[in-house]
Design a protein around this ligand. Structure first.
Ligand code: ATP
Ligand code: MG
Length: 570
């Protein structure tokens, strides 16, 4: 019987997809003793990004849904670029996303002895040999897609000789690049990966976990299937570019004494518009200080999204929406923004904040301060109300006033009346300018006492409602606005253009003269708010101080995703 798509434990579920169909079929046929065991296998050579989040949600999500298991395994067979800092960041990112590997934290480097033992096994069985061709010669001998390759002159050397040389490689007796261990498969295979691929190469470098123990390191294509098999992984899910590796994956499991036969399945990797997913390129951005570290809120890294103010649940919802397919595509970044907006619309309290202030003096307001009632979240009646102070001097947004209003500009202008949210109607009587520069420095307005709460007893209407903050009671604060990291939807895709030249020079805007309603003085690090008309904001956990919050804009209120969908339907 087909499984229901129910939510188990964590509020995450993997919608129907071809991998689930495979699992369902395997279960119905009683394969793998009814087990579902997946793994997430990052290489600790950088921070995780939103593409990895897709893989994490899929692998851990399947384990949750099928009451199976998912391992976290560090695929650490390339000593040059790997580091403990990355291991720690990856662990905390997976945990933050809401997933738990329980006691199943593994490292491919823990299997180095096994990999070595199984390699000797292959040599002994005549299916692996030590080769003396150098890198370039190996490439030449490999042939092309159209032409078969040539046999290495070392291919048929005696087993004992290969065994002796391989042991000498392990004992550090040969220099880098002088020898390799290769699988003896088929130099005429249509799949180039099967033309006597490398199993081991000499690399006299320290490994961040095994130190100088090993002067040789296994290739990914060998280490990966063997690691899966050692852990009893039933469904080894990877991205499409490994399609060609599957044949080799199966070959290694067939020719080594592994305790289990795992199977590989490929799905489409996530690509997102206006950003990049290559760890190497993300590292370049960090190393060249093009961004402010791996957790810069503009980065597509999980730590960047977290610092920006994204929630784990919004990222899981995104992973669910994009689904799992077998063909590559590019997802519009507006969909990711839609997911956080949709969540925060339900949960974030509304407040008022003026980002680019223009002072307004209410000339006929005689009181010190008047407290008005404001609704905390119209989507959530439980959220209640709060009091906000109204004073003689307030701030509105500069862009909410035009001295000579353009057509279709319905906000404040000389002689015009608008509503102040939760307060009164005000009318602009006078524009005060700097004598020297001509710049508008304040507006003099009058308010109509009868319009308290926002409607006029005589039924007259206004065409705009503005947000505002008391100039004397409000809190001055810093707010950071973010735009796309790149100016083009597909950065780095044109080989003739350096992706660094496509960086958006205005992706960060720091506004340090913003005014917030007084309640926000006590905003805590990590809290999220909707600033009315401006978007959703996050109290930066690092740059904020007690009583001095710094806000990151997570996303604007404009739903570009809905627009895109409408357009595509039309
Ligand atoms: P590298 O180029 O360093 O190999 P990588 O992005 O493949 O980078 P890994 O650490 O090997 O990084 O990836 C761990 C897992 O995440 C792999 O199983 C990989 O398939 C998956 N993954 C990586 N990038 C994406 C992506 N953009 N979308 C979906 N899954 C991804
Ligand atoms: Mg990889």
């Amino acid at each position: 019987m087909k499984k229901e798509n129910e939510v188990i434990g964590l509020e995450t579920k993997v919608p129907p997809n071809f991998i689930k169909n495979i699992i369902d079929k395997d279960l119905s046929e009683g394969k793998n003793d009814g087990r579902v065991h997946t793994r997430f296998p990052p290489e600790p050579n950088g921070y995780l990004h939103i593409g990895h989040a897709k893989s994490i949600c899929l692998n851990f999500g399947l384990a949750i849904e099928y009451k199976g298991k998912c391992n976290l395994r560090f695929d650490d067979t390339n000593p040059e670029t790997e580091d403990m800092e990355y291991v720690e960041s990856i662990k905390s990112d997976v945990r933050w996303l809401g997933f738990d590997w329980e006691d199943r934290l593994y490292f491919a480097s823990d299997y180095f002895d096994k990999f070595y033992e199984f390699a000797e096994h292959m040599i002994t069985n005549g299916v692996a040999y030590v080769c003396e061709l150098d890198e370039e010669e190996i490439r030449e001998y490999r042939g092309t897609v159209k032409e078969p390759g040539k046999h290495s002159p070392y291919r048929d050397r005696p087993i004992e000789e290969s065994l002796r040389l391989f042991r000498e490689m392990r004992d550090g007796k040969h220099p880098n690049g002088s020898l390799t261990l290769r699988a003896k498969i088929d130099m005429a295979a249509a799949n180039m990966k099967m033309r006597d691929p490398l199993i081991y190469r000499i690399r006299k470098v320290s490994h961040y976990r095994t130190g100088d123990k090993w002067p040789i390191y296994p290739m990914y294509d060998y280490a990966h299937p063997v690691s899966d098999a050692l852990e009893g992984i039933t469904h080894s899910i990877c991205t499409l570019e490994f399609d060609n590796n599957r044949e080799l994956y199966d070959w290694f499991l067939e020719h080594t004494p592994v305790p289990y036969i795992s199977h590989q399945y490929e799905f489409a990797r996530l690509n997102l518009t206006y950003t990049i997913m290559s760890k190497r390129r993300l590292l370049t951005l960090v190393e060249e200080n093009r961004v402010d570290g791996w957790d810069d809120p503009r980065m597509p890294t999980i730590s960047g999204l977290r610092r920006r103010g994204y929630t784990p649940s919004s990222i899981r919802a995104f992973a669910e929406r994009i689904g799992v397919a077998k063909n590559d595509s590019i997802v519009d970044i507006a969909l990711l923004e839609y997911c956080i907006r949709e969540e925060l619309n339900k949960t974030a309290e509304r407040v008022m904040a003026v980002l680019r202030p223009l002072k307004v003096v209410i000339t006929n307001f005689e009181e010190e301060v008047e407290y008005l009632e404001a609704i905390n979240n119209p989507e959530d009646p439980e959220a209640g109300t709060r009091k906000i102070p109204f004073t003689k001097e307030i701030y509105i947004e500069q862009e909410d006033f035009q001295e000579v209003p353009q057509s279709k500009f319905f906000r404040l202008a000389p002689g015009r009346e608008v509503r102040l949210r939760y307060a009164y109607f005000i009318k602009c009587e006078k524009v005060i300018k700097d004598e020297n520069t001509g710049e508008i420095i304040e507006l003099h307005c009058t308010y109509d006492k009868e319009t308290r709460g926002g409607s006029a007893p005589d039924g007259r209407r206004v065409k705009a409602t503005l947000h505002w903050v008391s100039a004397t009671e409000g809190v001055k604060s810093t707010v950071r606005l973010y735009d796309h990291l790149f100016t083009v939807p597909d950065p780095g895709s044109d080989p003739n253009i350096d992706f660094l030249d496509q960086l958006n020079p205005t992706s960060l805007e720091v506004l340090d003269n913003c005014y917030l309603e007084p309640s926000l003085k006590e905003a805590k690090r990590g809290e999220r708010y909707q600033f009315e008309r401006q978007g959703y904001f996050f109290v930066d956990p690092i740059d904020s101080e007690d009583g001095k919050p710094v806000f990151n804009r997570i996303v604007t209120l404009k739903d570009t995703w809905a627009k895109i969908q409408k357009k595509s339907k039309a």
